[in-house]
Design a protein around this ligand. Sequence first.
Ligand code: SAM
Length: 260
Amino acid sequence: MAEGLQFEESIRKAMEMAYLTDEIAALREEIVGTLKVQPGERVLDIGSGPGLLAKDLAHCTGATGSLRGLDMAENMLAAARKLCAEQSQVEFERGDAMSLPYQDLNFDVVVSTQVYEYVEDLNKAVAEFGRVLRLGGRGIIVDTDWSVPYWNAVDPGLRDRIVKSWSEHCSQEAVPMRLSTAIRSANLQIKNLRVIPLLNQEFNESTFSYWMTKIIGSFVLGRNGIEQSDIDHWIGGLQKLSHNGDYFFCINRYLFEVVK
Ligand SMILES: C[S@@+](CC[C@H](N)C(=O)[O-])C[C@H]1O[C@@H](n2cnc3c(N)ncnc32)[C@H](O)[C@@H]1O
């Protein structure tokens, strides 16, 4: 297992804030509504992060079911444990999506949202997802293609450098485009594939892209010659666009509904 994945606390918090925005809360609602988890079912959330989806899914399993959340980052696990402290059916543990510490056919439902862009081997990770899902089980995988955000800027050249540098956070390129093959290779069927656009027309604390600039800024600083003054200039430009009513951000997430 890769050791020591840890998010700086300010970045972990920014990620949590991004995931608390209305657009991501709506995506969680869509996932919960699609999966229709029943009381008593056994659910696994791979890369459970702050635990927001885990909490909602555990609400559906009730105390007779179980929710296991797995993540590589200790501070994500700590935040998730705190969030779900009241739910006795929930357990979070440290582990790697590429080598799940569970038996074959162990879960009724498996989910993994926004995780596979980080794993070293997409096929291996999705094979693990398929391995632990029982026959007749169902699941959801969600991922984003960060190479193509539709994002206005006062300095498009700088925006392009920042976005290109940010795409280096993905150890896998173009994950959504490669997921269909990986899913089929894992002996899973794609029941439905849909695109979920995240659209912001304002740059403020209530929007996903606002929080993403904190995460992106921290990641790209020092990469490909990007300095703090570049990041400040980029963010200042976004504030100005928003102030003038010209702000525009759109990115697509892809939701794969799978069955085994
Ligand atoms: C962007 S967050 C998504 C969190 C959560 N799934 C959600 O959608 O709210 C990605 C999470 O995946 C975890 N992660 C990254 N690589 C992983 C791996 N190989 N195995 C397990 N977790 C991993 C990170 O620690 C982080 O918590």
